[in-house]
Design a protein around this ligand. Structure first.
Ligand SMILES: [Zn+2]
Length: 463
């Protein structure tokens, strides 16, 4: 008997965790953190529904923390590995997990200092030491390589283009004779025709499909992201202020750097100092440069011509915290790119606290802002937001570039799925806010004739 249990990413875009049980073999696909609203974050503290030591393997789709950030906790609580990753994901995780742990530790320390936590003392969900232990369980599997987990249970990664190293997971379970049950986990589906990375591989068909639906009810703005970014930079520079870009350290930062270089080289924007102020983004950018097998033809050609596509003229990579603080004295025009992308933590918070009250400031969001995050509040035009326990008035201009996204929109998800050579017996639509999952389920039912199910948290199905 094979069972699939949805332990996260139901009714929300975070906390991806899917438990596949084949007889007494237990495999967890993704080990994500819940992020965003407090009610979601509290779920990270709930006991895991089974003994982590009972898991035979964890398979991670990509390095984003909402897919990987629970791994240190699992390892601390007894999971001994192996944890499978693609080689680029492994490289990114060596930066991403310790950084997440560091943020957790800092938050706990801050909460204890100002007494803002109801828990005394406030504790980090996991520590840098836990993150290091989690990294010790990683085992790499190349795209396309068949990995046998147990006799009769194997999996393979397929390139998904969402961020560096991102993959879909195709699990194959031997039934009688030559018959196989296949379960295909989309992970996060990337987009077509975006810079730097190769495109997603089409979905080939499977017995069952678990598909993300972040943008299941929306189409991305068809505008040209370079043009839109150029407009925002010109407008912000004219006001003389600093243009703050809260950017996801992995992928969005590299894309923004790529676009800024193009805009500057084409003369579409005037020369402007650019500061990359995120140690994680710096390391991720190094990984993007190094993983040449993942580059699309254009990026490969640029490197061959001796151009570093992610180094715009005027770029300063900011080092330690002191250098970051020195940016407080900076008057515009200038661009500061800093993480985290939804303003839930990281150095961007210092910059926002410093610059949101200044009407010359521009804040440009370049990615999805989940419900309950500061980023979403700013996008919704709130007059003040809380940072480090204080209310900060918002007088800055807030802009969003919706054409920039690492996620396929409803049309792209449909294109990705419709390559299937056979219809899945059922599609489980996950990783979306309720309206988005419902819209994608309706779309797949109407256009592809597929039976779609939107699972609820903790729901267990027999395959
Ligand atoms: Zn992702």
């Amino acid at each position: 008997m094979t069972h699939l249990t949805f332990l996260g990413a139901t009714g929300t875009v975070t906390g991806s965790r899917y438990l596949l049980e084949v007889g007494d073999t237990k495999v967890l696909v993704d080990a994500g953190l819940f992020q965003g609203a407090k009610e979601l974050r509290l779920r990270n503290w709930e006991p895991f529904p089974l003994r982590p030591g009972a898991l035979d393997a964890v398979i991670l789709t990509h390095a984003h923390i909402d897919h990987t950030g629970y791994l240190p906790r699992l390892v601390r609580d007894g999971f001994a590995g192996p944890t499978y990753v693609t080689p680029p994901t492994g490289r990114l995780l060596h930066a991403v997990l310790p950084d997440a742990a560091h943020l957790q530790e800092e938050e706990a320390r801050f909460a204890n200092k100002v007494g803002s936590s109801k828990h005394a003392p406030a504790l980090p969900l996991f520590t840098v030491k836990d993150a290091q232990a989690a990294l010790g369980t990683l085992r790499t599997a190349a795209f396309g390589q068949r990995v046998t987990l147990r006799p009769g249970i194997a999996f393979r990664y397929h390139r998904q283009g969402h961020i560096l190293g991102a993959a879909a997971v195709e699990l194959s379970i031997k039934r009688s004779g030559d018959e196989h049950l296949t379960v295909y986990f989309s992970g996060d589906v990337g987009r077509y025709a975006t810079p730097i990375l190769k495109e997603p591989e089409p979905y080939p068909g499977s017995s069952y499909l678990v598909v993300e639906s972040t943008y299941g009810d929306r189409l991305h703005d068809p505008g040209d992201p370079a043009e839109q970014l150029g407009d925002v930079i010109r407008e912000g520079a004219q006001r003389g202020g600093v243009i703050l870009v809260p950017a996801f350290a992995v992928d969005r930062t590299q894309e923004v750097l790529f676009l800024l270089r193009e805009l500057l080289e084409d003369g579409a924007i005037a020369p402007i100092p650019i500061f990359l102020d995120s140690p994680l983004a710096r390391e991720a950018t190094e990984a993007y440069r190094a993983c040449v097998l993942e580059h699309d033809a254009e990026t490969r050609a640029l490197f061959r011509e001796g151009v570093d596509p992610m180094s715009p003229p005027g770029l300063t990579v900011v080092g330690g915290m002191e250098d970051s603080k020195r940016l407080n004295a900076l008057s515009g025009p200038a661009v500061i790119i800093s993480a985290s992308g939804m303003a839930t933590g990281g150095r961007i918070l210092h910059h926002l606290r410093q610059r949101l009250p200044d009407p010359r400031t521009t804040v440009v969001f370049v990615g999805f802002q989940a419900e309950g995050t500061r980023g979403r509040r700013l996008q919704e035009g709130e007059a003040e937001i809380k940072i480090f326990g204080e209310m900060v008035p918002v007088r800055a201009q807030v802009r969003s570039i919706s054409s920039l996204s690492a996620h396929a929109d409803a049309d792209e998800l449909t294109i990705w799925a419709s390559g299937a050579e056979r219809a899945p017996e059922a599609v489980f639509v996950t990783h979306g806010e309720p309206a988005a999952s419902q819209a994608l389920a309706k779309r797949f039912t109407e256009r592809l004739g597929w039976r779609c199910v939107i699972p609820t948290l903790g729901e267990r199905v027999t395959l």
